[in-house]
Each structure stands twice: as structure tokens, then as C-alpha cells.
Design a protein around this ligand. Structure first.
Ligand code: T4K
Length: 401
């Protein structure tokens, strides 16, 4: 689709979008159905503590993923924290630096040292060779992250872990509705943790879920998300408050009902991005394998510093001026964030691929609030910016000065 050439907002024109185009604008299923559920909930006066909507949502997630146990939680960060605690991890845990910082924080909060390792620059997922090299006698587990919903190398991670007698758990915050080697994500490792945050493909406002094949672990997780209560007045575990509320579960159920439509919108947008961006010099769209099930939620572009005449930060500045609020996920990698960046001595080393990839990635808007006309317009903005790279660079530098 061609969009008429226009002046860029950094040169003083009105932004291409009158209101911001966000990455992470929430998807909404059938609003009426959701409101019916909210009314039911109000009538029942049952708002939290393992209510009927939470139980229904859990059974639906189990059926969708083909996993025996789903434990819904208030968010993925607390879900990860409970999982780490329930698995009695100690000492050090190995994880990729290229992830949202909460994956690391849940360890540090529990006095477990996160050991950051580098990624495979093609998949953006953790590199198993780096994991193997980081294992020592203090290592109690490996956390794999399915970055952008693309499954990490579960086979190699699990075989490395097995040979050292340690478990693997997965941060699957991005990966609801995705498969890996034909198997739904949610069925790997000791357990997997999903996020249903507002910005995620499938949202429950705030929320998350831990899925596992391990019945004993599921029981422990259920106790731990509810302070450790095993009945009235009887506490048998060190728990916390990790419960999902009923209104969140109502949103989760409503989102799950719409999942096929949500995937279809994302898929359509993704293919449109791929087509429109094909001619942009030095810019590529990260691919989703046609052999797997994908949620196509993240539109990830990489700006090749050698081929694109503008760098990532310049393109982001151009887009922001146009009201396209592109994001630099995950920049810097966790090892460049506090407290890890100043954690002596070994966390300060540079992770070459993570540093390089994190400096060239842009995540663009997707989901129900983006359409193909918007995408063509975003592409046109980038095309003009790249064509006029010297002017753009000069203007951005002048704006800074
Ligand atoms: N592991 C991984 C790999 C993760 O990516 C995440 C979360 C987690 C674990 C932890 O999951 P949770 O504990 O959150 O369940 C956002 C999200 O808050 C975070 O959930 C997500 N990853 C991360 C990748 O993105 P921020 O700091 O970028 O959020 P913020 O406030 O800048 O919002 C992002 C964009 O979404 C903005 O442009 C505004 C828009 N937005 C946001 C909200 C909340 C809306 O349009 N409506 C909304 O309601 O972290």
C-alpha cells in the first residue's frame, strides 16, 4: 500500500498519528460477555481467594495447553518468585540477560545470585553453550525465557540440566498460544510461568499462571500463592499473596474466548509489516516459524548498524516524534541494570551478543488497536527517514544541542 510522501514530524510537521500508537495496547475480547461476568461476580460477592472464575480460567488454560496443572497467580513476577521458592532454589541460577528485568529480580529478592549468560543472536534466546559454561557447584537451576514467544532450545537446556541434576524452569511470559517443536509451550521443564499482564497477547488486566506436569509441585504452588494455608487456621508452607482476583480471571476467560481472533489480527499485522518493511535498507523483521503455532504478538525489528544509514536510537526518535511509541525491549540487558551492573565482580562482564542485539532491536505496535493502514504509515515514516538520513541525523543532533 502506498501512502503519500510527507514531511517528518522531527522537521516540524504534525505527527503522523494524532494519538499515540502504543506497543502493548491491551487486547479486549467480547466486552458484553466480560460485563456479564463482572455482574455475576458482583452478585456472588466472591472477589478473590480461588473463586469460581479463577478455577474456570485454570481449567480452560489446562485444556488449551494440554497440561495437567495450571495455577493462576496475580502476575508473572510473583508466579516466578513462587516457583523459584517452591523448587527450593538456592545459590546461583543461570538465566539470559536478554529478558525483562523481573526474571532476574525474583532471584535477587530471594538472595539467589542471577548468573547472566549470552544469547544466540539469531533466535534471541539463551545460548545453551554459555549456560553449560556457567554451571558450577552453586548452580541450582536454569531459567530459559521464550523471548518473543519463540521457544528456546529446550532440548539442549534440559539435557545440560539433567546431566548436572538440576531443574529447568521457563519464563514463558511472551509465549501463551505458541508451540515449540509442535508441543504447546507450557508443557516444558519443571514448570513454566506465563504473564497475562495488560500489555501481553492474552491479558487478564494483571495476571499470570504457572503450568506444570508435576502434581506435588502444583499442590505446593497452590498453597504458596495463598500464604501457605492448608485450611482454616492451618499454615503449612511459607507462602505469600499471589492470588489472582475474580475480575482478572473474568478478563482472562473473556480473552481466552477471543484467542483465535487475537492471533488472526496479530498474524495479519505481522505479515503486513513483513511486506511493507521488505524494502527498508538495513531493517529486518524477526521471523516466526510457519511450522509452529505463534501468537505473533511482538513485532521485532533489527536495525543493522552497517547497512542502515540511521541507527536504532535515531529511528526510535523519528518514530516517537510521529507518536509511534516504539520500544527498545530489552535494552540494556539485565546485566546493565541495577543492582546487577554494579554487582561485583563477575556480573560486570560484557555479553557481546546481548549488548549488540539489545542495541539494534525496536519493538513496534501490534494487536487490535493497529491496522494495516497504520503499519503502512509507520513503514513510510521509516522509508523517508532512511532516505533523508543525513538531514534526519543533523536535525536530531540539533534538537539535542
Ligand atoms: N518475564 C518477561 C520476559 C516479561 O516480558 C515480563 C513482563 C515478565 C516476566 C513479568 O510479567 P508481569 O509480572 O508483568 O506479569 C511492560 C509490562 O508491564 C511487563 O508486563 C512486560 N513484561 C514488559 C515487556 O512490558 P513496561 O515497563 O514497558 O510497561 P509500560 O508501562 O511502559 O507499558 C508498555 C506500553 O503499553 C506503553 O506504551 C503503554 C501501553 N499500555 C500499558 C498498560 C499497562 C497501555 O496502552 N495500556 C495499559 O493498560 O513493562
Amino acid at each position: 500500500m502506498s501512502v503519500p510522501a510527507r514531511e517528518l514530524a522531527i522537521f516540524g510537521s504534525a505527527p503522523a498519528f494524532a494519538s499515540p500508537l502504543h506497543v502493548g495496547r491491551p487486547n479486549i475480547g467480547d466486552r458484553e460477555q466480560f460485563l456479564v461476568r463482572v455482574n455475576d461476580m458482583l452478585d456472588r460477592r466472591w472477589f478473590s481467594n480461588d473463586g469460581p472464575f479463577v478455577q474456570e480460567f485454570e481449567r480452560q488454560v489446562e485444556a488449551y495447553l494440554g497440561v495437567p496443572h495450571c495455577v493462576a497467580v496475580c502476575n508473572a513476577t510473583v508466579g516466578l518468585a513462587i516457583a523459584v521458592r517452591a523448587m527450593e532454589l538456592t545459590g546461583e541460577v543461570i538465566l539470559p540477560s536478554y529478558t525483562f528485568v523481573s526474571t532476574a529480580h525474583v532471584l535477587q529478592w530471594q538472595n539467589i545470585k542471577p548468573i547472566f549468560v549470552d544469547m544466540n543472536p539469531v533466535t534471541h534466546n539463551v545460548c545453551p553453550d554459555q549456560v553449560r559454561a556457567a554451571i558450577n557447584e552453586r548452580t541450582s537451576a536454569i531459567i530459559g525465557v521464550h523471548v518473543w514467544g519463540r521457544g528456546c532450545d529446550t532440548e539442549r537446556l534440559e539435557s545440560i540440566a539433567q546431566s548436572h541434576g538440576i531443574p529447568v524452569l521457563y519464563d514463558s511470559a511472551h509465549a501463551f498460544g505458541c508451540s515449540h517443536q509442535g508441543r504447546m509451550i507450557g508443557n516444558f521443564g519443571k514448570c513454566e510461568v506465563f504473564s497475562f499482564h495488560a500489555t501481553k497477547f492474552l491479558n487478564s488486566f494483571e495476571g499470570g499462571a504457572i503450568t506444570t506436569h508435576d502434581t506435588k509441585l502444583a499442590e505446593k504452588l497452590r498453597l504458596m500463592r495463598n500464604f501457605g494455608f492448608a485450611g482454616y487456621d492451618r499454615v503449612i508452607e511459607l507462602g505469600t499473596n499471589g492470588k489472582m482476583t475474580e475480575v482478572c480471571a473474568a478478563m482472562g476467560i473473556t480473552s481466552l474466548e477471543a484467542i483465535d481472533d487475537l492471533i488472526e489480527v496479530n498474524r495479519r499485522n505481522y505479515h503486513h509489516y513483513v511486506t511493507e518493511f521488505a524494502a527498508l535498507q538495513g531493517v529486518s523483521v524477526l521471523e516466526y516459524s510457519s511450522r509452529e503455532r505463534n501468537n505473533y504478538h511482538y513485532i521485532v525489528i533489527e536495525v543493522d548498524a552497517h547497512r542502515c544509514p540511521l541507527n536504532r536510537d535515531e529511528l526510535v526518535a523519528v518514530l516517537h516524534a510521529e507518536n509511534v511509541l516504539a520500544r527498545k525491549y530489552f535494552w540494556p540487558g539485565c546485566h546493565g541494570m541495577q543492582p546487577y551492573a554494579s554487582d561485583p565482580p563477575d556480573a560486570r562482564h560484557s555479553l557481546v551478543q546481548t549488548d549488540r542485539v539489545a542495541a539494534q532491536v525496536i519493538v513496534l505496535p501490534n494487536g487490535q488497536s493497529v491496522n494495516t493502514v497504520d503499519i503502512s504509515r509507520v513503514s513510510e515514516i521509516l522509508r523517508i527517514a532512511i532516505q533523508r538520513a543525513p538531514d534526519v541525523r543533523a536535525r536530531l543532533q540539533a534538537n539535542l544541542g
